[in-house]
Design a protein around this ligand. Structure first.
Ligand SMILES: N=C(N)NCC[C@H]1O[C@@H](n2cnc3c(N)ncnc32)[C@H](O)[C@@H]1O
Length: 415
């Protein structure tokens, strides 16, 4: 006898919060570490529909663990650094091809070596996260250091050894495979050079490895390349992105699809848009540096939460769709008074593979010349997923034309 399988509505499951979460929109649910949430619907891998003390909303799935499960039970929490996935991705050519094809990035590092070639003579260098070894081979070809330790944790290292030999650099360059902060070097280094910057400067948090290696292997008076880093921010228009992802639903093929707009907002505006190429014309005013890192003094603990204030004066009327961020790094000269080299990934410089990062507000706001937009940005490192962070923006618009408006929004990157 055929019995009809009755689809049981999945009974809600109880999860416990592993860390605090601050909602960035009315459809999300805030909670604090230890809160017990009832998950009613795992609507996507990243966001679940849950209830806390009678209130319902979206919550980030990665912040939760099934109640009663032990720390070790959750395989995905085995490695908060996600090293297998992370170094696995760098064991293939795709990302190295992208980085090597970025001429602005790669030529800047070459220029740093060339303009310091005399001072590099007889120096000991560490190239942290050398990838295919391009920076190390620039050192060996364009200067005469006594030794370059090319450190690479991914399986690319074995190919890097071959490239070093293929290019006649094996006398100077030693490739070491492993995490830089765990490796034993035979000596301290005079220069720690690394290309560690991620989207929005910090994503991947490879910078933590650079700081740990600095503390362990850079000799007193040694040089960090980059020497400093700054995150820039600007209020901006993003009309084409808004039109493509939100306005589109107003009259597609003469139909009214506006009921999908809340979904579009959740899907397209909840996370930052990486690889955004902002047109300089879309900047509503001059950018400002909101976070600055001195690579000699910044500490790993400082990376947990970084806050930057901003005060913008709108230079032209337009639509305030959101904020765009990018970074600049500086390479100080080895010679006193020598020229500093800059790598700027902003809209007025040669484009790089990082492009810029766009943070879309939930709703566009008309602004006028003379309006002020002030507030702050908070980069909060994910307490569970150590390569991820949340970027929270708080702003107030004071206008002579309109009533003042205030807003706040948190963007997970990515967990
Ligand atoms: N955003 C970036 N510039 N990523 C570059 C990352 C490169 O450094 C390597 N890498 C990242 N972290 C480490 C580390 N702690 N130790 C050694 N290599 C590393 C990674 O395998 C890749 O080849």
């Amino acid at each position: 006898m055929q019995t009809e399988k009755v689809e049981e509505e999945d009974a809600p499951e109880e999860y416990v919060a592993l860390c605090d979460f601050t909602a960035s929109g009315s459809e999300q649910l805030s909670f604090i570490t230890g809160d017990k949430l009832l998950v009613h619907n795992k609507s996507s891998a990243d966001w679940w529909w849950a209830e806390l003390q009678g209130v319902i909303g979206y919550v980030p799935a990665s912040y939760l663990r099934l109640d009663g499960a032990e720390e070790g039970d959750d395989a995905s929490l085995e490695d908060p650094w996600q090293d297998d996935e992370y170094f696995g991705s760098y064991g293939t050519l795709r990302l190295h091809l992208e980085m090597l094809s970025d001429r602005s990035r790669t030529e800047t590092y070459r220029q740093v070596i060339v303009s310091n070639s005399a001072s590099l003579r007889d120096k000991v260098v560490m190239d942290l996260g050398c990838g295919t070894g391009i920076i190390s081979m620039f050192c060996a070809q364009l200067a005469k250091p006594s030794m370059v330790y090319a450190v690479e944790a991914s399986s690319m290292a074995e190919h890097t050894r071959q490239l070093v030999k293929q290019n006649g650099c094996e006398e100077v360059v030693t490739v070491l495979q492993g995490r830089a902060e765990e490796l034993e070097l035979p000596e301290q280094v005079d220069i720690l050079v690394s290309e560690w910057m991620g989207n929005c400067l910090l994503f991947e948090f490879m910078v933590e490895s650079v700081l740990l290696a600095r503390d362990r292997w850079l000799r007193d008076g040694g040089v960090m390349w980059p020497s400093s880093a700054a995150l820039a921010l600007v209020p901006c228009q993003a009309d084409s992105y808004y039109t493509e992802t939100m306005a589109f639903w107003e009259r597609p093929y003469g139909l009214d699809f506006t009921p999908l707009q809340p979904l579009a907002q959740q899907e397209f505006f909840t996370k930052p848009k990486f690889s955004h190429l902002i047109d300089p014309e879309d900047c509503l005013c001059a950018p400002c540096d909101v976070i600055c890192l001195n690579m000699y003094t910044v500490q790993v603990r400082d990376l947990e939460e970084m806050t930057g204030e901003f005060q913008f004066c709108v230079e032209k009327p337009g639509i305030f769709h959101g904020f765009t961020a990018w970074f600049t790094v500086l390479f100080e000269s080895l010679e006193m008074g020598g020229a500093t080299v800059e790598l700027n990934t902003g809209p007025n410089s040669d484009p790089t593979h990082w492009k810029q990062t766009l943070f879309m507000l939930d709703r566009p706001i008309q602004v006028y010349a003379g309006d002020s937009i002030h507030g702050n940005i908070v980069l909060r490192r994910n307490p569970v997923w150590r390569r991820h962070m949340t970027v929270a923006l708080h702003w107030t618009i004071n206008s002579n034309t309109d009533d003042s408006q205030a807003g706040t929004k948190s963007f997970p990157m990515w967990r």
